[in-house]
Ligand binder design. Structure first.
Ligand code: ZN
Ligand code: ZN
Length: 326
């Protein structure tokens, strides 16, 4: 089958890979390029070594399934790329996103087909028969954002949330918090990005203009540890700081201990999602597809895969969808 193969550090190329052998197959319609994919290609990743096929933010149509399967051939679905086992100690102790026995789909989604293993029905969500379906490629990134929102301490009518970083994840925080009527601003230094965010009705600020105590929730959505130290003194007492962007495990961060003890601020973090987040994200997008569709600024075929990755590494697009038929 046609795929976009990550061949060596910095390079992706259209090529052929074996079709997954599962009894249930999804023919991928479109797959979003995630920040993690970009990082894996240009900086390397401990789990994704070349040659491999990346991609996990996808939707498509069931094209092979046994008789009596919950989603018959022809059904449009979005699939969670993984979900928790529900049985291990992490799942039972209320931390399903830390599950160490997750179920996974087979293969990366920058390909024509993705395999769905047995017993994976809970990870599939049926899409409408008509209308914009591309927007559902955003379900996985929004699920990660839902996981982050779950960790904030939001008091309706009072809370103000500041998101540091106006990339696709920052924009998803603003869209979904805005949809719930919560006051949110984004800090984005790039003028180009800032003006696009503003055209979507998002309040954009500069770090130097923010006064201490204005925000009771701050989300760090840029992978620079120093931002945590810079924004901690600005967080309102009793507030929550969420370390959302990925940082290396051995990186040491410096923060004022007094903020935690006397200021009673809470420092937390998360990565990935659990199934409830994915379901929430699916319902959130379904309720207002046009709000989210704005984020998809490009659709490209596998032959232009390298160009797509290069554009994202220079922040020249928000979300790019790849597809074998684009
Ligand atoms: Zn992703
Ligand atoms: Zn588990």
């Amino acid at each position: 089958m046609k795929s976009l193969i990550y061949t060596e550090l910095g390079k992706v190329q259209e090529g052929d890979t074996p079709r997954p052998e599962e009894d249930v197959l999804i023919r991928v319609a479109a797959s979003g390029i995630c920040g993690t994919d970009v990082k894996a290609v240009f900086k390397g990743h401990r789990y994704f070594k070349p040659p491999t096929v990346l991609g996990h933010e996808f939707y498509g149509q069931i094209c092979k399934a046994p008789d009596g399967y919950k989603y018959p051939v022809g059904t449009w679905v979005v699939a969670a790329p993984y979900f928790e086992c529900g049985k291990c100690s992490w799942c039972r102790s209320g931390n399903p996103d830390l599950c160490e026995s997750k179920h996974y789909v087979t293969g990366g989604s920058f390909a024509e087909y993705v395999g769905i293993p047995e017993g994976y029905e809970d990870g599939l969500f049926q899409l409408p028969e008509s209308g914009d379906r591309d927007v559902f490629a955003l379900t996985e990134p929004l699920a990660c954002v839902m996981n982050g929102i779950e960790r904030l301490k939001i008091t309706k009518l009072y809370s103000r949330v500041l998101v540091v970083g106006g990339g696709p994840m920052g924009a998803l925080f603003a869209f979904s918090l805005g949809q719930r009527g919560i006051d949110v601003s984004i800090v984005e230094p790039s003028e180009e990005r800032a003006s696009i965010l503003q055209s979507w009705g998002i309040d954009v600020r500069q770090q130097s203009d923010i006064k201490a105590g204005e925000y009771d929730n701050i989300v760090i959505a840029v992978n620079k540890g120093a931002l945590l130290s810079a924004y901690m003194p600005l967080l309102r007492q009793g507030g929550t700081m969420l370390l959302f962007a990925g940082l290396p495990s051995n990186e040491m961060l410096s923060i004022d201990a007094g903020a935690i003890h006397y200021g009673e601020v809470c420092l937390t973090g998360c990565s990935g999602f659990h199934l409830k987040n994915f379901k929430d994200a699916f319902e959130t997008i379904s309720a207002d597809t046009s709000r989210y569709a704005r984020l998809i600024t490009c659709r490209m075929g596998f032959k232009d895969g390298q160009k797509a990755f290069d554009m994202l590494s220079h922040a020249q697009a928000f979300k790019i969808l790849l597809g074998s038929s684009f």
